[in-house]
Design a protein around this ligand. Sequence first.
Ligand code: HAM
Length: 434
Amino acid sequence: MARLQAIRGMNDILPDQTALWQHLEDSFRATVDSFGYREIRFPLIEQTRLFRRSIGEVTDIVEKEMYSFEDSGGDHISLRPEGTAGCVRAAEQHGLLYNRQQRLWYQGAMFRRERPQKGRYRQFHQFGVEAFGMAGPDIDAEVIELSAAYWRRLGLGGKLKLELNNIGSAEDRKRYGGALGEYLLSRADEIDAAARSRIHSNPFRVLDSKHPGTRKVADEAPAMAEYLSPESVAHYAALKELLRAAGIRHIENPSLVRGLDYYNYCVFEWTTDALGAQGAVCGGGRYDGLVAQLGGRPTPAAGFAIGIERLALLLETLDRIPPEAQFRADVCLVVLGPATTVAQELARRLREAFPARSVVCQCGGGKYAQQVKRAYDLRADVLVVMEAGEGGPPAEVKLRSLDERFEPRMVTRDQCVAAVGELLSLSPPARQDL
Ligand code: HAM
Protein backbone atom coordinates (compact mmCIF):
# COMPACT_ATOMS: atom_id res chain seq x y z
CA MET A 1 0.00 0.00 0.00
CA ALA A 2 1.30 3.47 -0.85
CA ARG A 3 2.54 5.44 2.14
CA LEU A 4 -0.22 7.52 3.68
CA GLN A 5 0.23 11.27 3.45
CA ALA A 6 -1.50 14.21 5.09
CA ILE A 7 -4.20 15.91 3.02
CA ARG A 8 -2.79 18.61 0.73
CA GLY A 9 -2.61 21.98 2.45
CA MET A 10 -2.89 20.44 5.94
CA ASN A 11 0.36 20.51 7.87
CA ASP A 12 1.86 18.54 10.70
CA ILE A 13 3.49 20.78 13.27
CA LEU A 14 6.54 18.79 14.29
CA PRO A 15 8.38 18.81 17.63
CA ASP A 16 11.10 21.09 16.23
CA GLN A 17 8.42 23.72 15.51
CA THR A 18 6.17 23.33 18.52
CA ALA A 19 8.47 25.30 20.84
CA LEU A 20 8.03 28.30 18.53
CA TRP A 21 4.24 27.78 18.44
CA GLN A 22 4.16 27.59 22.23
CA HIS A 23 6.16 30.80 22.38
CA LEU A 24 3.64 32.49 20.06
CA GLU A 25 0.76 31.13 22.17
CA ASP A 26 2.31 32.13 25.52
CA SER A 27 3.06 35.63 24.21
CA PHE A 28 -0.45 36.04 22.80
CA ARG A 29 -2.02 34.90 26.06
CA ALA A 30 0.17 37.32 28.02
CA THR A 31 -0.86 40.15 25.66
CA VAL A 32 -4.62 39.51 25.79
CA ASP A 33 -4.41 39.03 29.58
CA SER A 34 -2.76 42.42 29.89
CA PHE A 35 -5.75 43.98 28.08
CA GLY A 36 -8.33 42.05 30.15
CA TYR A 37 -9.65 39.75 27.37
CA ARG A 38 -11.13 36.38 28.37
CA GLU A 39 -10.82 33.14 26.45
CA ILE A 40 -13.76 31.50 24.70
CA ARG A 41 -13.71 28.07 23.02
CA PHE A 42 -16.35 27.08 20.49
CA PRO A 43 -16.76 24.11 18.14
CA LEU A 44 -14.80 23.42 14.98
CA ILE A 45 -18.01 22.54 13.18
CA GLU A 46 -21.16 24.65 12.95
CA GLN A 47 -24.30 24.67 10.84
CA THR A 48 -23.42 25.72 7.31
CA ARG A 49 -26.03 28.47 7.34
CA LEU A 50 -24.22 30.27 10.19
CA PHE A 51 -21.26 30.89 7.86
CA ARG A 52 -23.41 31.63 4.82
CA ARG A 53 -25.34 34.27 6.74
CA SER A 54 -22.35 35.92 8.40
CA ILE A 55 -19.47 35.74 5.94
CA GLY A 56 -21.81 36.38 2.98
CA GLU A 57 -23.17 34.26 0.10
CA VAL A 58 -21.09 36.04 -2.55
CA THR A 59 -17.63 35.62 -1.06
CA ASP A 60 -14.79 33.30 -2.07
CA ILE A 61 -15.03 31.53 1.28
CA VAL A 62 -18.71 30.62 1.02
CA GLU A 63 -18.81 30.13 -2.75
CA LYS A 64 -15.89 27.76 -3.04
CA GLU A 65 -13.71 27.29 0.03
CA MET A 66 -15.82 25.74 2.78
CA TYR A 67 -15.57 22.10 3.79
CA SER A 68 -19.29 21.48 3.94
CA PHE A 69 -21.09 18.18 4.15
CA GLU A 70 -24.30 16.51 5.16
CA ASP A 71 -23.85 14.31 8.21
CA SER A 72 -25.54 10.94 8.63
CA GLY A 73 -28.52 12.68 10.27
CA GLY A 74 -29.03 14.94 7.24
CA ASP A 75 -27.69 18.11 8.91
CA HIS A 76 -25.74 20.55 6.71
CA ILE A 77 -22.58 21.36 8.60
CA SER A 78 -19.20 22.97 7.81
CA LEU A 79 -15.73 23.09 9.27
CA ARG A 80 -15.25 26.65 10.50
CA PRO A 81 -13.42 28.82 7.94
CA GLU A 82 -12.93 31.60 10.51
CA GLY A 83 -13.74 32.33 14.15
CA THR A 84 -15.94 35.44 14.26
CA ALA A 85 -19.18 33.69 13.23
CA GLY A 86 -18.83 30.90 15.82
CA CYS A 87 -17.78 33.36 18.51
CA VAL A 88 -20.85 35.55 17.90
CA ARG A 89 -23.11 32.48 17.80
CA ALA A 90 -21.72 31.15 21.09
CA ALA A 91 -21.75 34.52 22.88
CA GLU A 92 -25.30 35.23 21.73
CA GLN A 93 -26.62 31.72 22.50
CA HIS A 94 -25.34 31.91 26.09
CA GLY A 95 -26.53 35.45 26.77
CA LEU A 96 -23.03 36.92 27.04
CA LEU A 97 -23.99 39.94 24.97
CA TYR A 98 -27.12 40.90 26.84
CA ASN A 99 -26.64 44.46 28.14
CA ARG A 100 -22.95 43.85 28.67
CA GLN A 101 -19.57 44.56 27.24
CA GLN A 102 -17.42 41.55 26.44
CA ARG A 103 -13.76 41.27 25.51
CA LEU A 104 -13.09 37.75 24.21
CA TRP A 105 -10.23 35.88 22.58
CA TYR A 106 -9.80 32.47 20.99
CA GLN A 107 -7.32 30.38 19.10
CA GLY A 108 -7.54 27.32 16.94
CA ALA A 109 -7.70 25.63 13.58
CA MET A 110 -9.69 27.07 10.66
CA PHE A 111 -10.36 25.39 7.32
CA ARG A 112 -10.56 26.88 3.83
CA ARG A 113 -10.21 24.90 0.63
CA GLU A 114 -7.89 27.40 -1.05
CA ARG A 115 -5.08 26.62 -3.48
CA PRO A 116 -2.18 25.82 -1.14
CA GLN A 117 1.04 27.82 -1.41
CA LYS A 118 3.59 29.31 0.96
CA GLY A 119 1.61 30.97 3.76
CA ARG A 120 -1.74 29.70 2.48
CA TYR A 121 -3.06 26.39 3.74
CA ARG A 122 -6.31 24.45 3.92
CA GLN A 123 -6.02 23.94 7.64
CA PHE A 124 -4.45 26.94 9.32
CA HIS A 125 -4.59 28.46 12.78
CA GLN A 126 -5.67 31.81 14.10
CA PHE A 127 -5.52 33.87 17.25
CA GLY A 128 -8.55 36.14 17.38
CA VAL A 129 -10.10 38.79 19.59
CA GLU A 130 -13.69 40.03 19.50
CA ALA A 131 -14.99 42.94 21.57
CA PHE A 132 -18.76 43.45 21.95
CA GLY A 133 -21.00 46.22 23.17
CA MET A 134 -18.73 49.23 22.51
CA ALA A 135 -19.77 51.59 19.75
CA GLY A 136 -17.06 54.27 19.84
CA PRO A 137 -13.76 54.34 17.95
CA ASP A 138 -11.88 53.77 21.24
CA ILE A 139 -12.47 50.01 21.00
CA ASP A 140 -11.26 49.93 17.37
CA ALA A 141 -8.12 51.68 18.61
CA GLU A 142 -7.82 49.27 21.54
CA VAL A 143 -7.87 46.10 19.41
CA ILE A 144 -5.31 47.63 17.05
CA GLU A 145 -3.14 48.65 20.00
CA LEU A 146 -3.43 45.10 21.37
CA SER A 147 -2.15 43.68 18.08
CA ALA A 148 0.70 46.22 18.06
CA ALA A 149 1.60 45.24 21.65
CA TYR A 150 1.76 41.61 20.52
CA TRP A 151 4.15 42.45 17.65
CA ARG A 152 6.36 44.33 20.10
CA ARG A 153 6.37 41.41 22.54
CA LEU A 154 7.55 39.18 19.67
CA GLY A 155 10.30 41.59 18.66
CA LEU A 156 8.42 42.53 15.48
CA GLY A 157 7.85 46.19 16.37
CA GLY A 158 8.19 48.21 13.16
CA LYS A 159 8.29 45.08 10.97
CA LEU A 160 4.60 45.11 10.01
CA LYS A 161 2.64 47.80 8.19
CA LEU A 162 -0.83 48.77 9.40
CA GLU A 163 -3.20 49.37 6.46
CA LEU A 164 -6.53 51.05 7.18
CA ASN A 165 -9.65 51.79 5.20
CA ASN A 166 -13.02 53.33 5.94
CA ILE A 167 -15.69 51.23 4.23
CA GLY A 168 -18.59 53.24 5.70
CA SER A 169 -21.85 52.27 7.35
CA ALA A 170 -24.27 49.69 5.92
CA GLU A 171 -26.30 52.54 4.33
CA ASP A 172 -23.17 54.18 2.88
CA ARG A 173 -22.23 50.85 1.38
CA LYS A 174 -25.66 50.40 -0.15
CA ARG A 175 -25.43 53.79 -1.87
CA TYR A 176 -21.85 53.28 -2.92
CA GLY A 177 -22.57 49.70 -4.08
CA GLY A 178 -25.30 51.04 -6.40
CA ALA A 179 -23.01 53.68 -7.91
CA LEU A 180 -20.12 51.23 -8.21
CA GLY A 181 -22.34 48.64 -9.89
CA GLU A 182 -23.48 51.20 -12.49
CA TYR A 183 -19.90 52.26 -13.15
CA LEU A 184 -18.73 48.65 -13.53
CA LEU A 185 -21.63 47.90 -15.90
CA SER A 186 -20.54 50.82 -18.07
CA ARG A 187 -17.09 49.19 -18.41
CA ALA A 188 -18.17 45.55 -18.24
CA ASP A 189 -16.37 44.59 -21.46
CA GLU A 190 -12.99 45.57 -19.92
CA ILE A 191 -13.18 43.33 -16.84
CA ASP A 192 -12.74 39.58 -16.40
CA ALA A 193 -15.66 37.16 -16.31
CA ALA A 194 -15.46 36.45 -12.56
CA ALA A 195 -15.60 40.16 -11.75
CA ARG A 196 -18.43 40.68 -14.25
CA SER A 197 -20.52 38.01 -12.54
CA ARG A 198 -20.23 39.94 -9.26
CA ILE A 199 -21.30 43.36 -10.54
CA HIS A 200 -24.80 42.89 -9.16
CA SER A 201 -24.18 40.52 -6.28
CA ASN A 202 -21.05 42.03 -4.64
CA PRO A 203 -19.43 44.86 -6.63
CA PHE A 204 -17.00 45.64 -3.74
CA ARG A 205 -15.09 42.44 -4.40
CA VAL A 206 -14.14 43.77 -7.84
CA LEU A 207 -12.10 46.49 -6.11
CA ASP A 208 -9.35 44.17 -4.90
CA SER A 209 -9.11 42.14 -8.12
CA LYS A 210 -5.61 41.22 -9.28
CA HIS A 211 -6.61 40.77 -12.95
CA PRO A 212 -4.75 43.52 -14.88
CA GLY A 213 -7.72 44.78 -16.96
CA THR A 214 -10.08 44.69 -13.99
CA ARG A 215 -7.42 46.33 -11.82
CA LYS A 216 -7.29 49.32 -14.20
CA VAL A 217 -11.10 49.69 -14.15
CA ALA A 218 -11.10 49.31 -10.34
CA ASP A 219 -8.40 51.96 -9.94
CA GLU A 220 -10.50 54.43 -11.92
CA ALA A 221 -13.75 53.62 -10.09
CA PRO A 222 -15.62 56.27 -8.07
CA ALA A 223 -14.11 56.45 -4.59
CA MET A 224 -15.94 55.19 -1.50
CA ALA A 225 -14.85 58.41 0.24
CA GLU A 226 -17.43 60.37 -1.79
CA TYR A 227 -20.29 58.25 -0.38
CA LEU A 228 -19.39 58.28 3.30
CA SER A 229 -21.87 59.70 5.82
CA PRO A 230 -20.63 62.34 8.31
CA GLU A 231 -20.84 59.69 11.10
CA SER A 232 -18.54 57.31 9.21
CA VAL A 233 -16.08 60.10 8.51
CA ALA A 234 -16.10 61.24 12.15
CA HIS A 235 -15.63 57.68 13.50
CA TYR A 236 -12.67 57.11 11.22
CA ALA A 237 -11.08 60.48 12.00
CA ALA A 238 -11.40 59.85 15.75
CA LEU A 239 -9.83 56.41 15.36
CA LYS A 240 -6.87 57.85 13.45
CA GLU A 241 -6.40 60.44 16.19
CA LEU A 242 -6.39 57.71 18.87
CA LEU A 243 -3.83 55.72 16.87
CA ARG A 244 -1.67 58.81 16.51
CA ALA A 245 -1.82 59.36 20.28
CA ALA A 246 -0.82 55.71 20.82
CA GLY A 247 2.16 56.16 18.49
CA ILE A 248 0.83 53.63 15.95
CA ARG A 249 1.56 54.59 12.36
CA HIS A 250 -0.73 53.52 9.54
CA ILE A 251 -1.14 53.89 5.82
CA GLU A 252 -4.50 54.31 4.13
CA ASN A 253 -5.39 51.75 1.51
CA PRO A 254 -8.67 52.56 -0.30
CA SER A 255 -8.68 49.15 -2.02
CA LEU A 256 -8.66 47.25 1.28
CA VAL A 257 -12.14 45.68 1.18
CA ARG A 258 -11.60 42.38 3.09
CA GLY A 259 -12.96 39.03 1.97
CA LEU A 260 -15.84 38.81 4.45
CA ASP A 261 -19.08 40.77 4.17
CA TYR A 262 -19.81 41.64 7.79
CA TYR A 263 -17.62 44.73 8.21
CA ASN A 264 -18.49 48.41 8.47
CA TYR A 265 -16.58 51.64 9.25
CA CYS A 266 -12.92 50.79 9.82
CA VAL A 267 -11.21 47.70 8.43
CA PHE A 268 -7.51 47.00 8.80
CA GLU A 269 -4.72 44.58 7.96
CA TRP A 270 -1.17 44.21 9.23
CA THR A 271 0.98 43.27 6.24
CA THR A 272 4.59 42.47 5.37
CA ASP A 273 6.57 42.26 2.15
CA ALA A 274 8.74 39.50 3.61
CA LEU A 275 6.33 36.62 2.88
CA GLY A 276 5.68 37.07 -0.84
CA ALA A 277 2.07 36.92 -2.03
CA GLN A 278 0.55 35.98 1.35
CA GLY A 279 1.61 39.13 3.16
CA ALA A 280 -1.43 39.68 5.41
CA VAL A 281 -0.56 38.46 8.89
CA CYS A 282 -3.62 39.90 10.63
CA GLY A 283 -6.97 41.28 9.50
CA GLY A 284 -9.99 42.72 11.19
CA GLY A 285 -12.32 45.62 11.73
CA ARG A 286 -15.68 46.66 13.04
CA TYR A 287 -18.84 44.63 12.38
CA ASP A 288 -21.79 46.35 14.03
CA GLY A 289 -24.50 44.54 12.05
CA LEU A 290 -23.51 40.92 12.55
CA VAL A 291 -25.02 40.11 15.95
CA ALA A 292 -28.46 41.35 14.85
CA GLN A 293 -28.06 39.64 11.48
CA LEU A 294 -27.64 36.34 13.34
CA GLY A 295 -30.77 36.93 15.42
CA GLY A 296 -29.43 38.84 18.44
CA ARG A 297 -30.10 42.40 19.58
CA PRO A 298 -28.14 45.07 17.73
CA THR A 299 -24.67 45.00 19.33
CA PRO A 300 -21.63 46.94 18.18
CA ALA A 301 -18.51 44.80 17.73
CA ALA A 302 -14.91 44.88 16.55
CA GLY A 303 -12.10 42.35 16.33
CA PHE A 304 -9.30 40.78 14.35
CA ALA A 305 -7.59 37.48 13.65
CA ILE A 306 -3.92 36.66 13.20
CA GLY A 307 -2.68 33.82 10.97
CA ILE A 308 -0.31 31.82 13.18
CA GLU A 309 1.47 29.98 10.33
CA ARG A 310 2.25 33.32 8.66
CA LEU A 311 3.50 34.75 11.92
CA ALA A 312 5.78 31.73 12.51
CA LEU A 313 7.07 32.04 8.92
CA LEU A 314 7.74 35.74 9.42
CA LEU A 315 9.78 35.17 12.59
CA GLU A 316 11.79 32.50 10.76
CA THR A 317 12.29 34.67 7.68
CA LEU A 318 13.42 37.67 9.74
CA ASP A 319 15.56 35.44 11.97
CA ARG A 320 13.71 36.66 15.05
CA ILE A 321 13.23 33.36 16.88
CA PRO A 322 14.46 33.88 20.46
CA PRO A 323 16.37 31.11 22.28
CA GLU A 324 13.42 30.43 24.57
CA ALA A 325 11.34 29.55 21.49
CA GLN A 326 13.61 26.57 20.78
CA PHE A 327 13.39 23.34 22.70
CA ARG A 328 16.18 22.42 25.08
CA ALA A 329 16.42 20.05 28.03
CA ASP A 330 17.83 21.67 31.16
CA VAL A 331 19.39 18.52 32.62
CA CYS A 332 20.25 15.22 30.97
CA LEU A 333 21.39 12.17 32.91
CA VAL A 334 23.84 9.92 31.09
CA VAL A 335 23.57 6.49 32.64
CA LEU A 336 26.45 4.09 32.09
CA GLY A 337 26.30 0.55 33.43
CA PRO A 338 23.61 -0.96 35.67
CA ALA A 339 22.52 2.16 37.58
CA THR A 340 18.93 2.59 36.38
CA THR A 341 17.21 2.65 39.77
CA VAL A 342 19.66 5.11 41.29
CA ALA A 343 19.69 7.31 38.16
CA GLN A 344 15.91 7.48 38.03
CA GLU A 345 15.80 8.29 41.73
CA LEU A 346 18.28 11.16 41.19
CA ALA A 347 16.23 12.41 38.22
CA ARG A 348 13.14 12.33 40.44
CA ARG A 349 14.90 14.42 43.11
CA LEU A 350 16.04 16.94 40.48
CA ARG A 351 12.50 17.28 39.10
CA GLU A 352 11.12 17.81 42.59
CA ALA A 353 13.76 20.44 43.34
CA PHE A 354 13.31 22.28 40.00
CA PRO A 355 9.69 21.74 38.91
CA ALA A 356 9.94 24.31 36.09
CA ARG A 357 12.99 22.61 34.54
CA SER A 358 13.12 19.61 32.21
CA VAL A 359 15.15 16.66 33.38
CA VAL A 360 15.68 13.85 30.87
CA CYS A 361 17.04 10.58 32.22
CA GLN A 362 18.43 8.46 29.42
CA CYS A 363 16.78 5.08 29.10
CA GLY A 364 17.95 2.02 27.26
CA GLY A 365 21.66 2.40 28.00
CA GLY A 366 24.21 2.73 25.22
CA LYS A 367 27.81 3.84 24.94
CA TYR A 368 28.96 7.19 26.36
CA ALA A 369 29.37 8.76 22.90
CA GLN A 370 25.87 7.65 21.86
CA GLN A 371 24.32 9.08 24.99
CA VAL A 372 26.21 12.37 24.62
CA LYS A 373 24.93 12.61 21.03
CA ARG A 374 21.38 12.20 22.31
CA ALA A 375 22.09 14.96 24.85
CA TYR A 376 23.20 17.20 21.95
CA ASP A 377 19.92 16.43 20.15
CA LEU A 378 18.09 17.57 23.28
CA ARG A 379 20.33 20.68 23.46
CA ALA A 380 20.90 19.80 27.12
CA ASP A 381 22.33 22.42 29.40
CA VAL A 382 23.80 20.34 32.22
CA LEU A 383 24.90 16.71 31.83
CA VAL A 384 24.95 14.44 34.88
CA VAL A 385 27.10 11.43 34.08
CA MET A 386 26.60 8.42 36.33
CA GLU A 387 28.84 5.44 35.76
CA ALA A 388 28.14 2.25 37.68
CA GLY A 389 30.68 -0.55 37.72
CA GLU A 390 30.84 -3.98 39.31
CA GLY A 391 30.70 -2.44 42.77
CA GLY A 392 27.19 -0.97 42.32
CA PRO A 393 26.07 2.64 41.95
CA PRO A 394 28.83 5.24 42.23
CA ALA A 395 29.20 7.59 45.19
CA GLU A 396 30.00 10.46 42.82
CA VAL A 397 28.63 11.74 39.53
CA LYS A 398 30.25 14.02 36.98
CA LEU A 399 28.64 17.33 35.96
CA ARG A 400 29.59 18.75 32.59
CA SER A 401 28.24 20.96 29.85
CA LEU A 402 28.17 20.38 26.12
CA ASP A 403 29.75 23.71 25.30
CA GLU A 404 32.47 24.07 27.96
CA ARG A 405 30.40 26.76 29.64
CA PHE A 406 31.71 25.46 32.98
CA GLU A 407 34.54 23.21 34.08
CA PRO A 408 33.53 19.56 34.49
CA ARG A 409 33.37 18.60 38.14
CA MET A 410 32.79 15.54 40.34
CA VAL A 411 30.19 15.81 43.10
CA THR A 412 28.71 13.25 45.48
CA ARG A 413 25.19 12.06 44.69
CA ASP A 414 23.98 13.92 47.77
CA GLN A 415 25.54 17.20 46.59
CA CYS A 416 24.22 16.75 43.08
CA VAL A 417 20.89 18.59 43.46
CA ALA A 418 22.50 21.68 45.01
CA ALA A 419 25.35 21.70 42.46
CA VAL A 420 22.94 21.37 39.51
CA GLY A 421 20.87 24.19 41.01
CA GLU A 422 23.91 26.45 40.98
CA LEU A 423 24.72 25.61 37.37
CA LEU A 424 21.09 26.14 36.29
CA SER A 425 21.11 29.59 37.84
CA LEU A 426 23.81 30.47 35.28
CA SER A 427 21.74 29.17 32.35
CA PRO A 428 18.76 30.82 30.64
CA PRO A 429 15.53 30.87 32.70
CA ALA A 430 12.99 28.10 32.40
CA ARG A 431 10.21 28.72 29.85
CA GLN A 432 7.59 28.90 32.62
CA ASP A 433 9.56 31.66 34.35
CA LEU A 434 9.76 33.98 31.35
P1 HAM B 1 -9.20 36.87 7.52
O1 HAM B 1 -8.52 38.08 6.95
O2 HAM B 1 -9.96 36.03 6.60
O3 HAM B 1 -10.13 37.42 8.69
O4 HAM B 1 -8.13 35.98 8.25
C1 HAM B 1 -7.26 36.53 9.25
C2 HAM B 1 -5.84 36.04 9.02
O5 HAM B 1 -5.83 34.61 8.96
C3 HAM B 1 -5.22 36.48 7.70
O6 HAM B 1 -4.67 37.79 7.80
C4 HAM B 1 -4.13 35.44 7.52
O7 HAM B 1 -2.99 35.78 8.28
C5 HAM B 1 -4.76 34.19 8.11
N1 HAM B 1 -5.28 33.31 7.04
C6 HAM B 1 -6.42 33.43 6.37
N2 HAM B 1 -6.55 32.44 5.45
C7 HAM B 1 -5.44 31.68 5.56
C8 HAM B 1 -4.97 30.49 4.90
N3 HAM B 1 -5.68 29.87 3.96
N4 HAM B 1 -3.76 30.00 5.27
C9 HAM B 1 -3.02 30.59 6.24
N5 HAM B 1 -3.44 31.70 6.90
C10 HAM B 1 -4.62 32.24 6.57
C11 HAM B 1 -10.89 36.62 9.49
O8 HAM B 1 -10.80 35.43 9.55
C12 HAM B 1 -11.82 37.39 10.41
N6 HAM B 1 -12.62 36.43 11.18
C13 HAM B 1 -11.03 38.31 11.30
C14 HAM B 1 -11.88 39.10 12.25
C15 HAM B 1 -12.10 38.84 13.54
N7 HAM B 1 -12.57 40.17 11.94
C16 HAM B 1 -13.22 40.61 13.01
N8 HAM B 1 -12.94 39.78 14.00
